[in-house]
Design a protein around this ligand. Structure first.
Ligand code: S6P
Ligand code: ZN
Length: 197
C-alpha cells in the first residue's frame, strides 16, 4: 500500500534567508570551488580566509518523482579578483528536469547553458520568478553588495550533476567592470575537453 506522506510547512526567515527547521544545510566555501574562478592568484590570496560563499537550506522530502524539492540559497556578496561570488552550477542528473527560482532578496544573475553551448542570462531582483527549462545547466551570481537570496523548487528525482561544469566551466564569467557586471567570455570553457580530443 502506498505510504501517505503527511503535509507540513517550513518557515522562511526574512532577515537571513534561512529556513526553520533548517533541513539539510549545505555550506560552500572558496576551497570547495577554487578551480572555478578565473583569477588563480586572487584565489590563492583568499584561500587562507576561505570565505563562505553560499549556503543552501533544503527542506527534506523524498528524492523521487512524486515529490517537489524546495530550498533557499543564500549567496553572499564578494568577489574573487573581479569575478563575483557564484554557485558551482549544475545540470540536473535527470537532465530534462526543470526548475523555478523566485528571488527574495538582493540582486543577482542567473546564467544558463546547454550542452550544445547555447548561453542565456536573466537578471534577478526581489519578485523575479525565473524559469530554468529542461536541459539547461544553471548557476547564480551575486552582482550586488548585499546577500542575494532565492527560493527554488524542482522535481524530486532531478538530482545534481556537477561533473560537466567542473571540467568544462561556463561559457561566460560574470565580472565587475566599471561598477557594473559584465559577461565575459571564459577562455577556459571546454579547454579540458579540447585537450583530450
Ligand atoms: C537545485 C537548485 C539550487 C542549487 C543551489 C546551489 O537544483 O538549482 O538549490 O542547488 O542554488 O547551487 P549548486 O550549483 O551548488 O547546487
Ligand atoms: Zn538545479
Amino acid at each position: 500500500m502506498t505510504k501517505i506522506f503527511q503535509p507540513f510547512s517550513t518557515m522562511y526567515e526574512f532577515d537571513s534567508g534561512a529556513l526553520n527547521p533548517q533541513g539539510k544545510l549545505i555550506s560552500r566555501r572558496l576551497s570547495d570551488m577554487s578551480s572555478m574562478y578565473q583569477d588563480s592568484e586572487a584565489v590563492q590570496a583568499l584561500l587562507n580566509d576561505n570565505p563562505l560563499i553560499y549556503e543552501v537550506y533544503n527542506v527534506e522530502v523524498p528524492e523521487n518523482e512524486e515529490h517537489i524539492q524546495h530550498c533557499t540559497t543564500i549567496l553572499y556578496p564578494g568577489k574573487v579578483g573581479s569575478e563575483f561570488f557564484m554557485t558551482k552550477g549544475h545540470y540536473h542528473e535527470i537532465i530534462n528536469r526543470a526548475e523555478i527560482y523566485f528571488c527574495l532578496k538582493g540582486k543577482g544573475l542567473l546564467i544558463m547553458q546547454t550542452k550544445e553551448g547555447e548561453f542565456s542570462s536573466l537578471e534577478m531582483e526581489p519578485g523575479t520568478i525565473a524559469y530554468v527549462p529542461p536541459y539547461w545547466a544553471h548557476r547564480t551570481v551575486n552582482t550586488g553588495d548585499e546577500t542575494f537570496v532565492f527560493f527554488a523548487a524542482y522535481p524530486g528525482d532531478a538530482g545534481h550533476d556537477y561533473g560537466l561544469i567542473e571540467t568544462e566551466g561556463f561559457v561566460k564569467a560574470v565580472m565587475e567592470q566599471a561598477e557594473k557586471y559584465a559577461l565575459v567570455a571564459n577562455p577556459s570553457y571546454r579547454k579540458e575537453n579540447e585537450i583530450g580530443e
